[in-house]
Structure formats: structure tokens, C-alpha cells
Design a protein around this ligand. Structure first.
Ligand code: AMP
Ligand code: MG
Length: 394
């Protein structure tokens, strides 16, 4: 059997970061920046008022209360050239440029709000309520580095430095194809021998959470020709394909039967539980990575966490490797088959990890109640309660 680490290494050795492309910042959410972004200007670009109030010379209001003439109004966006002479003030709004000569802003709350003359009740120190040019960013400063995942605040600063287009690695488009003659669409009644199809929904959601765009490409039955046709139709619009089911040792294994003869996908037994039957390869003209995951829902989920997610990160140009782990103490004794790495579904809380009831690879409800996987190494067959273990938080 192939080692888990070897299988991941083979996958990461085969996938490539997607080519960078230019996108409008409105479409950049969730992509990964492929260029360093600097600000062409200082931010703020000019000294401006942080409050609605009066631009003054601090020394003129040091003896407040004082009453002074208001010479003009300066609103945000006002491009006029203003100056405040000794003994004079200008009414000023938040974001408006501070007139020459003024060196403090008195908030309107400290005044009587007058428009021709204003009584200022409290002195304002030098620089009060003035946002200085460049106090956020100096001209030429890097505001975002290549390799940053673009979230809402990153979209904000891109716009804030005047960018409309940005070069990113796109979200990988991942098609999820389920196989199984027994699978019925959720929302439709079950016939005899049928179960509701869950893997494609779960895997497409997992893709989205990993930064890709996951699409369900529906379900095919156990006919290898039907599978190949569906795959062919999907390859055009996919950066990667995930299949579930049809790769084990039985009869009616359409994924294996269709792909094994083409020699592009290696079907292997990986020393893990759950999820032993795995396949990976590059298919089609564009050598699209394909992950053929086992059909049992928990197996396909664990396979995604161990192999597909790291590959999706690599395709986005992000650091990729085995899922990060933490250490915790098990609240119950644990068992694991000799020679396989086990991933037990568990609840992790405050440094203690409790395996959930129902460790079968079909027990999706148990998976849904878990928030972590306990990792038991290949050479461990049992551990007592209280032992320290490695845990993958989900
Ligand atoms: P297979 O890998 O095709 O042999 O399937 C293994 C087990 O997983 C069988 O019990 C299937 O019914 C179940 N299974 C396969 N695909 C799915 C799916 N998409 N959703 C839910 N269960 C599935
Ligand atoms: Mg099947």
C-alpha cells in the first residue's frame, strides 16, 4: 500500500498554479493576488478634517471660550484654495481639505455651531482632528503582497489606492461528478435500494471553502461510457475534476473501468482509514487534474481534506502541504488498524478531543457532528484514554 504522505507528494508534484489573469476588483473576492500592489499616492492624499467643525489656529482658541468670525465653508470634495488668517476660522466638514494656516479642527460639539460668528467653548490642541497626508500609507508603500487572499478589506484597499484591475490567480473551477446507480437527488422520493446523493453537494461546498468554485456536474450511473461522456463534457470548463464512487474492488466501478485503460490515472490503495482506494491523474488535452475519491461519504470527505484541498491551495499559488495539526488529549481509548493511518472523527474542545460515536465510513451524521480528525499513525493500533494525539481541526 502507498503511504499517505507519498500520495500527497505525488499530487503536489503534478499540479501547477493557475495562470495569473487580470480581473476587475469587483470580481477579485476570494482570488489570490499575483502581484505586489503599491500606492501611487500618499493616503490620505492631503491633510483633511476628521470631524465636522471649525478649522482654526490653535493659538486663537487657547483662551476659549472665544467668539471668532467664520470666513467660509469648506465641504468634503471642495477643490478651492482656502487660507485661515489670524483670528479667523472656517467651517469645515469631515474629509474636507484643511485650509492653509489652520492647524487644528474644533469639533462642532465644542461650539455653538454659528455660521457667521462662532463661539468656541474649549481650546483645541495643535493638530486636533486633522488626518495628516500619508498617515495611512506613504507614496510607493506596498499595501498588499503577492500571495495574499483577497477578502473584503483587501478589495477595499485596492480601490483605496486607485486600482480598478488587479492581477490574480483565479479561483480554481472544480467540477464534482458523482457515480452510482443507487443515487437519488435530494428533494425527490427514494425508490427501493436508493439513497440520497450527498457527496457532490458536500465536495462542491468543500471546494468553495478551499477557495475554488465548486460545481455539481450531477450524477451518472455505473456505466463507464456514460461516465466518460460526462467527464468529456465537463473537462472544457474545469481546472480540476473530483469524482466520487466507482473506484473500489467490486464490479460496476465505472470510474476505474473507464479511466484505468487510458493510463492517465493511477488507481492505488493508500494506507489510510477511511479512504483506502484513491486515484489521481491528469486527463484531457489540458492535463486537468482529476481526483477519483471513494464513494463512502466520510471517505470522500477525508480524502478531500488530505489530498484535494492542498492541491487546490497549490493551484492558487498558496503554500500547500499536509493539513495543519494541533496536539490534544484523547478523552477515550482509541483503536486503529495496523499499517494504516487512521483519521477518526472527533470533537475537539479546550485541548481535549473526544471521538464521536459512529466511526463507519458511511456514517455521515457522525461526521457532521465532528469538528476534527484524530490522526493515528500507521504503527499505532491502540492508545489509552489520556494519551496525547495529533488532531486536524476541520
Ligand atoms: P462506491 O465507492 O461507489 O463503491 O460507493 C461506496 C459506498 O458509498 C456505497 O454504499 C455507495 O452507496 C455510497 N456512495 C457512493 N457515492 C455516493 C454519493 N454520491 N452520495 C452518497 N453516498 C454515496
Ligand atoms: Mg458505486
Amino acid at each position: 500500500m502507498k503511504a499517505v504522505d507519498r500520495h500527497l507528494a505525488d499530487i503536489l508534484g503534478a499540479v501547477r498554479p493557475l495562470a495569473p489573469m487580470e480581473v476587475d476588483i469587483e470580481n477579485a473576492l476570494g482570488t489570490v493576488l499575483a502581484e505586489d500592489v503599491a500606492s501611487p499616492m500618499p493616503l490620505p492624499p492631503f491633510d483633511n478634517s476628521a470631524m465636522d467643525g471649525y478649522a482654526v489656529r490653535a493659538e486663537d482658541v487657547a483662551a476659549a471660550p472665544v467668539t471668532l468670525p467664520v470666513i467660509e465653508d469648506v465641504a468634503a470634495g471642495d477643490g478651492g484654495v482656502y487660507a485661515v488668517g489670524p483670528g479667523l476660522v472656517a467651517r469645515i466638514m469631515t474629509g474636507a481639505p484643511v485650509p492653509a494656516g489652520a492647524d487644528a479642527v474644533v469639533p462642532v460639539e465644542w461650539t455653538d455651531g454659528g455660521t457667521a460668528r462662532v463661539t468656541i467653548n474649549m481650546p483645541a490642541p495643535f493638530g486636533n482632528a486633522i488626518r495628516r497626508a500619508g498617515e495611512d500609507v506613504e507614496a510607493g508603500d506596498l499595501v498588499l503582497r503577492a500571495g495574499t487572499r483577497i477578502g473584503p478589506a483587501q478589495v477595499g484597499i485596492l480601490a483605496g489606492v486607485g486600482r480598478r484591475q488587479v492581477i490574480v490567480r483565479p479561483r480554481p473551477r472544480v467540477v464534482v461528478l458523482s457515480t452510482g446507480a443507487e443515487l437519488a437527488e435530494p428533494g425527490t422520493p427514494l425508490g427501493p435500494g436508493q439513497i440520497w446523493e450527498s457527496n457532490s453537494f458536500m465536495l462542491a461546498a468543500a471546494v468553495r471553502q478551499a477557495g475554488g468554485d465548486g460545481f455539481r456536474a450531477g450524477v451518472v450511473t455505473d456505466d463507464p461510457r456514460e461516465f466518460l461522456e460526462a467527464l468529456d463534457n465537463q473537462l472544457l470548463r474545469a481546472d480540476a475534476v473530483i469524482t466520487s464512487g466507482g473506484v473500489s474492488m467490486g464490479a460496476y466501478e465505472p470510474v476505474k473501468e473507464a479511466l484505468a485503460p487510458l493510463g492517465k490515472v493511477a488507481f492505488e490503495r493508500v494506507a489510510m482509514q477511511p479512504g483506502m482506494p484513491q486515484g489521481f491523474g491528469l486527463v484531457g488535452q489540458d492535463a486537468v487534474p482529476i481526483f477519483t475519491l471513494p464513494g463512502n461519504p466520510v471517505s470522500s470527505f477525508v480524502s478531500f481534506v488530505l489530498f484535494v484541498k492542498p492541491a487546490l491551495l497549490a493551484m492558487q499559488g498558496l503554500p500547500a502541504g499536509p493539513p495543519p495539526t494541533v496536539r490534544a488529549v484523547t478523552s477515550a481509548p482509541l483503536r486503529s488498524p495496523e499499517g494504516k493511518r487512521s483519521f477518526l472523527r472527533a470533537v475537539l474542545s479546550g485541548g481535549v478531543v473526544a471521538p464521536v460515536h459512529g466511526q463507519g465510513s458511511h456514517q455521515l451524521a457522525a461526521l457532521a457532528s465532528a469538528n476534527a480528525l484524530i490522526v493515528l499513525p500507521e504503527d499505532v493500533t491502540q492508545l489509552p484514554q489520556g494519551a496525547e494525539v495529533e488532531v486536524i481541526p476541520l
